[in-house]
Design a protein around this ligand. Structure first.
Ligand SMILES: Cc1cc2nc3c(=O)[nH]c(=O)nc-3n(C[C@H](O)[C@H](O)[C@H](O)COP(=O)(O)O)c2cc1C
Length: 168
């Protein structure tokens, strides 16, 4: 059994951190908004529900993200929860920069965000708070609209690989 201790060398700790945290399976989202210069978005696994009253959600974004400053400037975001048949979309949105929306069907929402066609559900938010934490920002969103679009298995991520979430 691997354990992380404070006296590990940094390279070993980084590898073990990725290895161990990669064992936490999750769904995948694409966080978007509509900036002045067009839609912005990136693949995001660190989405979570935070509070029911008031309704809040959160995600974590790397300080190196090129989309986040554009999303942040709009003051809002949408979380598109991906379906199992959206692996290609996920890969496209996991690449920095470029026109990620070119090969993806999407629409402008009334909230000024981008909704991806085929998403299982979308959560529209206003940016409520942003905390700095290590090499990421923790972004808290105040929910203003929720839509469930499809009854379809989710796209899952586990140990660096995609899986279809089929539940019986
Ligand atoms: C399955 C998956 C989950 C990801 N989750 C996150 C995440 O939670 N936060 C983050 O900042 N980047 C995450 N990424 C990486 C970003 O999508 C990637 O760095 C992307 O290039 C950022 O694009 P940008 O520079 O346009 O913001 C994830 C990538 C994949 C493939």
């Amino acid at each position: 059994m691997e354990r992380v201790t404070g006296d590990r060398d940094p390279a070993d700790l980084s590898r073990t951190f990725r290895d161990v945290l990669g064992r936490f399976a999750s769904g995948i989202t694409v966080v978007t908004s509509l900036a002045d210069d067009g839609p912005a978005g990136f693949a995001c696994q660190s989405f979570a529900s935070l509070s029911l009253d008031p309704p809040l959600v959160l995600f974590c974004v790397a300080k190196t993200s090129t989309s986040w400053p554009r999303i942040r400037a709009t003051g809002r975001f949408a979380v598109n929860i991906l379906a199992a048949d959206q692996r290609d979309e996920c890969r496209a949105f996991a690449v920095p920069g470029g026109d990620k929306f070119a090969g993806t069907a999407w629409s402008r929402s009334v909230h000024g965000t981008a909704h991806l066609d085929g998403a299982l559900a979308v959560v529209d938010c206003l940016i409520d708070d942003v905390h700095e934490a290590g090499d990421h920002h923790v972004v808290i969103g105040a929910v203003r609209d929720l839509r469930d679009h499809r009854d379809h298995p989710p796209l899952l991520y586990f140990r660096g690989a995609y899986a279809d979430g089929v539940f019986t």
